[in-house]
Design a binder for this molecule. Structure first.
Ligand SMILES: *Cc1c(COP(=O)(O)O)cnc(C)c1O
Length: 413
């Protein structure tokens, strides 16, 4: 598998990595919750971690493990745990690895529900500093003797700020801090997470990985580059195994088994089907993103466009370097103040007014009144979200049709 190029690995991953029974090209979707053992000694050995196997599908099943194997291999990790949603992956990781009194440094520019989750985590006596991660010096100044972790996204939604990933990775390595990266916006086909020294990835599989708006899922990947013997929060009971798996074991036991947000077998199958076309979808998405951003930046009715592919974007060079000259599918813009934003959106035909992102279809929505409404005006201002900001998630349609749709709507307002 390693020798194949990425597009080929994506298509052949299931049969090559998991070697399904009967020569099937997909791992079987197995709906059994329980697993039978002929010899009780085997049942005991699996429970005690001495033999591989499944005992109860909340903890593991062949369907989930097959997808975990693929995702781990794809990102260059050493292990993965799948969850029912991206939010479940993030919350399971945090509740498994942190304890009261810990300090963590978190990006100011976060997916709205993730920010809301961190505000809840603070109620469990986790001390959180929110910083502008587009400059590593902000991360550095926030560190203190209790700091355990830095958490960031790659390209932020909706503002498209690009985190100072390489410098943050170096800083975390030198300070021995766990660097957790939500790479949902830039999966492996765009970002080599190992090259920026991320230690753990959280990814919403619902978005680009599955890609078709028909399944929810999330994953945590361990990149295998963190020394778990130095991490204070590993419980004694998990220290008997090889230290390389301590972090992942604790997430599987505490985060997956005990918290219980397991990915359903049928969902694992749908995610793995979506994954096969990830590279070509992402390529088309990025091409369309640039075309639409360039079109919008020339429109008199548009005040400002946020897209890392535009030369005037503050982190354009960094994004080009990190993401192999691709700039993703999130694009935001502000209309001139005399334009009626709601009327404009209602005039669109091909582009769908809907929340969600990373879909094959191009989506659009006003931000402040919807996905960031609950965060309140003060938090929105900190996050750089104005009341007139509109976000697009670019799909894989023909770019000309997207531009035509926007053109007609501009003519009508
Ligand atoms: C959507 C999203 C999540 C949450 O994923 P769900 O699968 O919807 O729970 C987390 N982080 C980012 C960056 C996202 O875009």
């Amino acid at each position: 598998m390693k020798k194949l190029k990425l597009a080929s690995r994506l298509v052949h991953a299931d049969r090559k990595i998991n070697k399904p029974q009967h020569g099937a090209v997909h791992e079987a979707t197995n709906n059994s919750v329980l697993f039978e053992f002929d010899d009780v000694a085997d049942l005991e050995a699996v429970f005690q971690g001495e033999k591989p196997g499944h005992v109860y599908s909340r903890s593991s099943s062949n369907s989930a493990v097959a997808l975990q194997n693929i995702l781990s291999e794809l990102e260059g990790g050493v292990g993965a745990a799948t969850f029912s949603t991206g939010m479940a992956a993030i919350s399971a990781l945090m509740f498994s690895l942190l304890k009261a009194g810990d300090h963590i440094v978190v990006s100011t520019y976060l997916f709205g529900n993730t920010r809301s989750f961190f505000d809840s985590l603070a109620r469990f006596a986790i001390d959180i500093s929110y910083v502008d991660v587009s400059d590593v010096s902000n991360v550095k100044s926030a560190l203190n003797e209790n700091t355990k972790m830095v958490f960031s996204e790659t390209i932020a939604n909706p503002g498209t700020q690009v985190a100072d990933l390489s410098a943050i990775g170096d800083l975390c390595e030198s300070q021995n801090l766990l660097f957790v990266l939500d790479n949902t916006m830039t999966p492996s086909v765009m970002l080599d997470a190992a090259s920026v020294k991320a230690n753990m990835l959280t990814t919403s599989l619902t978005k680009y990985i599955a890609g078709h708006g028909n399944v929810l899922g999330g994953v945590v990947v361990d990149m295998g580059n963190f020394d778990w013997t130095t991490f204070e929060n590993i419980l004694e009971v998990y220290k008997s195994a090889d230290p390389a798996v301590w972090g992942m074991t604790q997430i599987r036991k505490k985060g997956l088994r005990d918290m219980g947000a397991t990915l359903a077998p049928q969902s694992a199958h749908l995610v793995s089907i979506g994954l096969e076309t990830l590279q070509m979808r992402m390529q088309k998405t990025c091409e369309n993103g640039l075309a639409v951003a360039e079109f919008l930046s020339k429109q008199a009715q548009v005040q400002k466009v946020f897209y890392p592919g535009l030369a005037e974007h503050p982190q354009h060079e960094r994004a080009a370097h990190l993401f192999n000259d691709q700039f993703g599918g999130i694009l935001s813009f502000e209309l001139q103040s005399n334009i009626d934003m709601r009327a404009f959106l209602n005039h669109l035909n091909t582009i769908i007014t809907a929340t969600h992102l990373g879909d094959t279809r191009t989506l659009i929505l006003p931000v402040a009144s919807t996905i960031f409404f609950e965060n309140g005006a003060k938090q929105r201002e900190e996050m750089g979200i104005s009341d007139t900001l509109v976000r697009m998630s670019i799909g894989i349609e023909d770019a000309e049709d997207l531009i035509e749709d926007l053109k007609l709507a501009f003519e009508r307002v």
